[in-house]
Design a protein around this ligand. Structure first.
Ligand code: BG6
Ligand code: MG
Length: 229
C-alpha cells in the first residue's frame, strides 16, 4: 500500500458513491428487464453497477438468453427507453440524494487542497452533479463517451488521474462497483470500495458506508495496510 502522504488526488465514481442514484438505475433496468421477460435478481443488479448503458442492456439480454433476439436498432431503442425512465426518476432529485458524509468529505478534501476528478460511466453525470449542487467540486471529469473500454478496464480511472496532472500512485479511487474497484486497481491507484466487503473483496480499503469516508479513516486504513504489506 502506498504512503498516505503521497496522495494528492481523489478520483470519484458517482452513482452509489456520491449520490443515491444507483437505486434509480436499478429501478429503470428492472422495468426494462420485466418488459423483455428477463428474470431480475439481486446478482444481476450488482453486476450492472458501473457498467455502461449499452453494455448493461447486453448483460440483461445475455442473462435471459436473448442476446441474439434483437437488432442493433432495437437494442438502441431499448437503451434509450431505459434512459427516459431513468431521467423520469431523476426529476425532482435534489441535494437530499447526496449520500451521507459525502458533502463533509468533499469540503474537507478541498480544505486540504486535494485535487478531485470524476470517473463515472454515466453520460448523465453532469446533469446529476448539477441537480445535487456539487458541480463546483468536479471541474475535471472524464467524458465516458470518449472511452474505448468500460470498467473494469483501467482506462477511465487512468484518465481520472491524467486530467488532474497526477500519477496513478498519487490518487485514490472510490467505487461501489466490483468492476469499478478492478478498474482502479489495474490503473495503479489505491482503491476504496464502498459497500459489501464480500463483493468488493479486491479493494485496498473497504468501508461499508459513505459515512466512513473521512481523511482520518483513510489515513488509518492505509497505515494498517502498510504494516500488512
Ligand atoms: C454507472 C452506473 O455509473 O453509469 C450504471 O453504475 C449505469 O448503472 C452507467 O448503467 C451508465 O449510465 P448512463 O446514465 O450513461 O446510462
Ligand atoms: Mg457506482
Amino acid at each position: 500500500m502506498v504512503d498516505f502522504k503521497n496522495i494528492k488526488g481523489f478520483v470519484f465514481d458517482l452513482d452509489g458513491v456520491i449520490a443515491d442514484t444507483s437505486v434509480y438505475h436499478s429501478k429503470a433496468w428492472h422495468q426494462l428487464a420485466d418488459e423483455l421477460g428477463v428474470q431480475w435478481s439481486e446478482d444481476l443488479a450488482n453486476n450492472l453497477k458501473g457498467v455502461s448503458r449499452m453494455d448493461s442492456l447486453e448483460l440483461i439480454l445475455k442473462t435471459g438468453g436473448k442476446e441474439n433476439d434483437y437488432t442493433q436498432e432495437e437494442k438502441e431503442k431499448y437503451a434509450a427507453k431505459k434512459n427516459t425512465n431513468y431521467l423520469e426518476l431523476l426529476k425532482g432529485m435534489n441535494a437530499s440524494a447526496i449520500l451521507p458524509g459525502i458533502s463533509d468529505f468533499l469540503t474537507s478534501l478541498e480544505e486540504h487542497d486535494y485535487k478531485l476528478s470524476l470517473a463515472s460511466a454515466s453520460k448523465n453525470s453532469p446533469l446529476v452533479l448539477e441537480q445535487l449542487g456539487l458541480a463546483q467540486y468536479f471541474k475535471e471529469k472524464v467524458d465516458p463517451s470518449t472511452l474505448k473500454h468500460g470498467k473494469p478496464d483501467p482506462e477511465i480511472f487512468a484518465r481520472g488521474a491524467e486530467v488532474l496532472g497526477l500519477k496513478p500512485e498519487e490518487c485514490i479511487g472510490i467505487e461501489d462497483a466490483k468492476v469499478g474497484v478492478e478498474s482502479i486497481n489495474s490503473a495503479g491507484e489505491t482503491s476504496i470500495g464502498i459497500g459489501d466487503p464480500n463483493i468488493l473483496n479486491e479493494a485496498d480499503i473497504n468501508f461499508t458506508s459513505t459515512t466512513d469516508l473521512t481523511l482520518n479513516n483513510i489515513q488509518k486504513a492505509m497505515e494498517v495496510g502498510q504494516l500488512n504489506d
